[in-house]
Write a protein that binds this ligand. Sequence first.
Ligand SMILES: [Zn+2]
Length: 418
Amino acid sequence: MTRIPGPRVGASDFGPARPPSLADAVLRLIWDEERISRAEIARRASLSRSTVSEIVEILLGTGLVVEAGVGDSRGGRRPIVLQFQDGAGAIIGIDMGASHVAVIVTDLRGRILASARTAHAVQTDPTGARALIRRLVDECLAAAWTAARTRLVGVGVAVPSPVDIRHPDRLSPIAMPAWEGRHGLDALLADLGVPVLIDNDANLGALAERWWGAAQGLDHFAFIKIATGIGAGHVIDGRIHRGASGVGGEIGHVAIDPRGETCNCGNRGCLTTFVGAPALAARILALRPVYPQSLLAEGPPTVARLEEAARADDPLALQVVHEVAEHLGVAIAGMLNLLNPAAVILGGRIAGLGEKLIAPLRATALRRTFVPAAAATEIRASTLGSPGIALGAATLVLDAALQDPRLFRPVARARTGG
Ligand SMILES: [Zn+2]
């Protein structure tokens, strides 16, 4: 099993500030280590054996931790090993895209217990999108396991809009005009009786990469989501960089051509107008007369078909992919010069092409950067695939709960004595 090196993305973003208690620190240590003895906890957390024993008694009462056999002796009696119970709670992760909804249920170690994904015009149909989200949540909860409802820890939601963490109930009216500034998901999911935590989809893609994917152990990296729109989550010194009002990292609206096509943000020639899904569809249609034999010469010009055709070395598809690589490379070069990340992770369907996209992209970025910065940056595709953003949404809740275990309902009961 993968060791998780104590990630702390957005650590200060959730809930009322509260100084971490000793019990929180011990629970986190047991989660990190998965199996650990009381003596080892005392040593690692610099606590007395009696303090550790008291805390462990409380944690055993929550069901989050159990005694699981004996470990190796360091001289003397073999110690009892404590184990974190990954199945003691469930988390819902929702990826609300501009043109799809994906829902997963995970355990407390990011394992996906149930998942569902449906294409939908989310951007233009808030009523239908809310109904779809609710249906997929109920389906996943029914499929995951019967205890999921009673041990549910929380719901994390990724939205294709900047999120100002001071007003997480709001959506950007520019990114999602039909939604009139509100997602309304807290009300939609209120009967579940658990916190609903919201963040931008690219930020949550970055969180998923740091906990479970290609950015494990990295404190400086960027995740770029290439979908209907283009978004980026920047992790700097181990934290998501949000900027002054939550729109930090909106690489999709960096101008590539100041005289280019008009973007939905009202400006011209943004990166999204070159590599967003609608732009790729338009490019496929425009290139059809040039490549009449192409696999894409007929049928819907979707990104899914583009990816399949590129895998088969279809010349039209390869030309579009090379153009994407060129435009992304220009934007990423600017980012490398500004932020010098250790890695840039690319997510979204087209990133599934791997080196076919990334080799030319890397070449473009290298040509346009201050070379020492770029040469040290790894550019690679996400390994988490299509559930990556939903997994990040679930991880938002897991991260919050491990920092404030009152979110784990059994822990709250033990503390209040009720
Ligand atoms: Zn724009």
